[in-house]
Design a protein around this ligand. Structure first.
Ligand code: 1GP
Length: 251
């Protein structure tokens, strides 16, 4: 069970390091060596201390999602977990799926619509489901997820509103709450907000979006994050992977 595996990592290492690979980079790629590059990228992630790979994104168009996940899984030595932007991002090759509900928004499609479409497919494929409350926090710009979901983020200077949404996620039975600034966000989720949520709820917190240095990742863990998601910066600078792993694992 992937959820138990992740929980154990958090217990043993203090926090878990999740690396996000967005298949959209394949859709826009013109590189003929793309598959080889992706395999090297996955091998690097696995060899340098990541605990799991997330696959997903909010703007996927033409990519063969199933083929992409299959390729990642074929070389990965750590669990591959789906982080879907919509109900089409489901694949039998994944070990688990973050079953997200965009609780910070009031767009019924992302609160429950996509979930109803995906549920029977997930059941048929037998993928482990990890129910996750997904909260967008304002990050100083228009991120893909905001544009695609047609929702407003929670203002970054309103930690109480974040706390109440996170508590609602807990009371709805979610196993995790994801505080998301958005991929490539100008500003990551503030440490003060993470701490306020941590002190208020009893489910683990995932933090992602705009975290560009190991030091930043470390301060999110100190503030109370159990899981740190890093995407963009490792696409550009894969050599930073070990530094992130050490920082997140408190070495
Ligand atoms: C986005 O939280 C993730 O959903 C990762 O964001 O690409 O900015 O690291 P970055």
């Amino acid at each position: 069970m992937i959820y138990s595996y992740l929980t154990r990592i958090v217990k043993d290492k203090g926090a878990a390091f999740l690396v996000l690979i967005d298949p959209d980079t394949k859709a826009v790629s013109t590189d003929s060596n793309y598959e080889q590059n992706l395999k090297s990228q996955v091998k690097n992630i696995c060899a340098n201390g990541a605990d799991a790979i997330l696959v997903g994104g909010s703007t996927i168009g033409a990519t063969d999602f199933d083929g992409f996940v299959k390729l990642v899984k074929s070389v990965s030595t750590i669990p591959v977990v789906l982080f879907p932007g919509n109900s089409m991002q489901v694949s039998k090759y994944a070990d688990a799926i973050l079953f997200l509900s965009l609780l910070s928004g009031r767009n019924p499609e992302y609160l429950i619509g996509e979930q109803v479409k995906a549920a029977p497919i997930i059941k048929q494929l037998g993928i482990e489901v990890i129910p996750t409350g997904y909260l967008l926090i304002e990050s100083g710009g228009q991120t893909s997820v905001l544009r695609m979901s047609h929702t407003l983020p929670i203002p970054r200077d309103k930690p109480n509103i974040v706390k109440y949404h996170a508590l609602a996620a807990e009371y709805l039975g979610m196993k995790l709450v994801y505080l998301e600034a958005g991929s490539g966000a100008k500003n990551s989720v503030p440490e003060s907000t993470i701490k306020a949520v941590k002190d208020y709820i009893n489910i683990p917190i995932i933090v992602g979006g705009g975290i560009r240095t190991p030091d930043k990742a470390k301060s999110k863990v100190k503030a109370g994050a159990s899981y740190i998601v890093i995407g963009n910066v490792l696409q550009k600078n894969p050599e930073l992977t070990k530094g992130f792993a050490d920082a997140i694992h408190g070495k």
